[in-house]
Design a protein around this ligand. Structure first.
Ligand SMILES: Nc1ncnc2c1ncn2[C@@H]1O[C@H](COP(=O)(O)OP(=O)(O)OP(=O)(O)O)[C@@H](O)[C@H]1O
Ligand SMILES: [Mg+2]
Length: 272
């Protein structure tokens, strides 16, 4: 376990996910240049920063989709830097994407079934030697998919092609698919991008419900009003490095943070 002193000094918090001195270049572009932070367990944490600050690249490194040039990632205190994303997913680290990545040619229900972490019948040995076990697992997954769809208000759409959903419904499907994979740590890259205000509130409530269910969440978010409302902890990234961490209310008074955004406007949506 990674333990750190809190502001109070002697008490400790446990980080669910942490990174140290991440660096990543694409050709001549230094996308990440010294990102170090930890995500306290049981929180909804935000990763904020101007466009191009390296947020998505950091999320890709944390999830294992990208290898950093240098630096380390720990999950629950264990070094996972060398593990591929599917191994990290087996350990409970699940991500969603800035652009929704549903399978358009599958139904909503099928999208959830294929997102499950342990598929029914993924072992040939089980299919031939333990068919009843496979059937039982498949039934469990179907029940779970129905519960998750109900939870996210998508049950009535379960037989629709995913490609026919609206942008907002696709966002909900993306999060449902991640939840189907039973995350302990969930990385959400702009889960509310392009979504109407009513749905923003609804997605915010879903995220708080996930936290109440014990999931630690790290979300990339541009809308600071949303961050202030639902995030316990904020990490500010600028030019690939961690600029500041803390609560949103403290960061509004941090001149470095204010300067990182054009015009120093620290309310509402940030567009650089
Ligand atoms: N695959 C890639 N190849 C080349 N350059 C890349 C690649 N991915 C990201 N970059 C560059 O790295 C920098 C950081 O990009 P990244 O997408 O991580 O930023 P971001 O903070 O997520 O931005 P946004 O808020 O616009 O989503 C940018 O300059 C981007 O152009
Ligand atoms: Mg991004």
């Amino acid at each position: 376990m990674t333990r750190e002193s809190t502001a109070e000094g002697n008490s400790t918090t446990v980080s669910a996910l942490a990174c140290a001195d991440l660096q990543k270049s694409f050709g001549g572009v230094k996308a990440v240049n010294g990102a170090s932070f930890s995500v306290p367990r049981g929180t909804v944490s935000a990763l904020i920063g101007p466009n191009g600050a390296g947020k998505t690249t950091v999320v890709s490194i944390l999830s294992g989709a990208l290898r950093p040039d240098t630096g380390a990632v720990t999950l629950g205190g264990d070094d996972v830097t060398k593990l591929p994303s599917h191994r990290r997913a087996e350990l409970g680290l699940i991500r969603t994407f800035q652009l929704s990545r549903e399978f358009g040619g599958l139904t909503v229900f099928e999208n959830l079934m294929v997102a499950a972490r342990r598929q029914a019948g993924e072992s040939l040995v089980d299919i031939y030697l333990r068919p009843r076990l496979v059937t039982r697992r498949e039934n469990e997954l179907k029940e779970r998919a129905a519960v998750v769809l109900e939870q996210f208000g998508l049950y009535a759409l379960r037989d629709e092609w995913a490609r026919s959903l609206s942008g907002g419904q696709k966002r909900l499907l993306e999060i449902s698919r991640a939840v189907m994979a039973e995350p302990t740590v969930l990385l959400l890259d702009e889960p509310m991008a392009g979504v109407n205000p009513v749905l923003i509130d609804r997605i915010g409530e879903h995220i708080l419900d996930l936290r109440a269910g014990g999931v630690t969440v790290l979300m990339v978010e541009h809308n600071l009003n949303v961050v202030e409302k639902i995030c316990d902890h904020v990490i500010v990234l600028a030019e690939g490095r961690t600029l500041a961490t803390g609560q949103m209310s403290e960061l509004r008074d941090n001149t470095d943070v204010v300067r990182a955004y054009l015009g120093g406007v620290l309310d509402g949506r940030i567009d650089s």
